[in-house]
Design a protein around this ligand. Structure first.
Ligand code: NAD
Ligand code: MG
Length: 305
């Protein structure tokens, strides 16, 4: 009589990590960094796909601008895009130069063109100049990933200064508007715009009062602009990550005492690693997703959007 085969019992925080047992898991260090934080100083190091992402020529010949491409989700998208055959410009805060240079080297290692664009995107003139420079240095643009963002946790609405509120709105909403307006005349039929929203757009946390509002705005950005640009053959989609282990979280995005078990309360029982969301960006950027527009695609670790 044959024995019924059962799956090995894994501790809950490893669920979903079966395919890649090397993914860094909880508990994480509670070390915090001054904003915006460097991926390379995090413990453990996030997995952005540096050694694990395998390309399959899905973006051959495309040119992409990724804001916030130095670290976290943007870095994972930048590595994946280069391995899929795209030239990539990354925009990032000037304080993130060290992380950015690592990404530039990784893109160049694939034989692709890499463009580094440090700037404070919460400033209109700087954001528009970054958009112009990306188009100029890449010689055109097919993919725009609006991903730079900031998040500062506060217990109470009373603790949010007008400066924090303003910086969060400017970085997470205005910059996307300015950059899109600036590059739009250069985008042709088949181009793809991807904006990084969040599970916070659907299920806002008490301590992310200002941030959650921006992520709901990002989702509306994709839905409204998709309708506007459909006649031009340009697709617009949002991606809604759940908890991902990135510099944003260790530089004020979460409270210090929450960091060790960050993401452990998700359905999969762990935070995502940036490489695990890169395939969504690749697909939405690629011509394979030609009937996908105005959508918001989640990678929330089971929360559902
Ligand atoms: P990250 O800190 O690694 O990346 C964000 C990047 O944005 C930074 O590297 C920084 O260079 C850039 N940036 C921030 N402010 C800027 C400014 N004023 N000018 C220029 N660049 C600026 O963190 P991440 O988690 O990868 O964040 C990427 C996106 O993902 C953000 O939009 C964030 O809201 C979103 N997101 C993250 C999570 C998560 O759990 N990490 C969850 C949902 C959504
Ligand atoms: Mg960074």
């Amino acid at each position: 009589m044959s024995q019924e085969k059962t799956d090995p019992v894994l501790p809950p925080h490893r669920a979903g990590a079966i395919e890649n047992p090397d993914l860094p898991l909880n508990p994480y260090s509670d070390d915090q960094q001054p904003w915006p934080g460097l991926a390379e100083k995090m413990t453990p190091q996030p997995d952005h796909g540096e050694t694990s992402y395998k390309g399959r020529d899905r973006l051959t010949g495309k040119r992409a601008l990724i804001t916030g491409g130095d670290s976290g989700i943007g870095r994972a998208a930048a590595i994946a895009f280069a391995r899929e055959g795209a030239d990539v410009a990354i925009a990032y805060h000037p304080k993130d130069e060290q992380d950015a240079q690592t990404v530039i080297r990784l893109i160049e290692a694939e034989g692709r063109k890499a463009v580094a664009l440090p700037a404070d995107l919460s400033d209109e003139a700087a954001a528009r100049a970054v958009a112009d420079e990306a188009v100029r240095q890449l010689g055109g643009l097919e993919v725009l990933v609006l991903n730079a963002g900031m998040q500062q946790a506060q217990k109470s609405i009373a603790d949010i200064t007008s400066k924090q509120f303003d910086d969060t709105m400017k970085t997470n909403i205005y910059a996307h508007f300015w950059i899109t307006q600036q590059v739009l005349p250069h985008l042709k039929k088949g181009a793809s715009i991807i904006i990084t929203s969040s599970v916070q757009a659907f299920s806002p946390s008490s301590h992310l009062f200002d941030y959650a509002q921006t992520k709901a705005a990002n989702r509306a950005f994709a839905q409204a602009l998709a309708k506007q640009l459909a006649p031009k053959g340009i697709r617009v989609n949002a991606v809604a990550p759940g908890p991902f282990w990135t510099a944003l979280q260790v530089s004020g995005g979460q409270f210090k005492d929450e960091l060790p078990e960050f993401g452990a309360d998700s359905v999969l029982g762990r935070a995502g690693q940036p490489v695990e969301i890169a395939p969504l960006y690749v697909l939405l950027a690629s011509d394979e997703a030609s009937y996908v527009t105005g959508e918001c695609w989640g990678a929330t670790g089971g929360e559902g959007t």
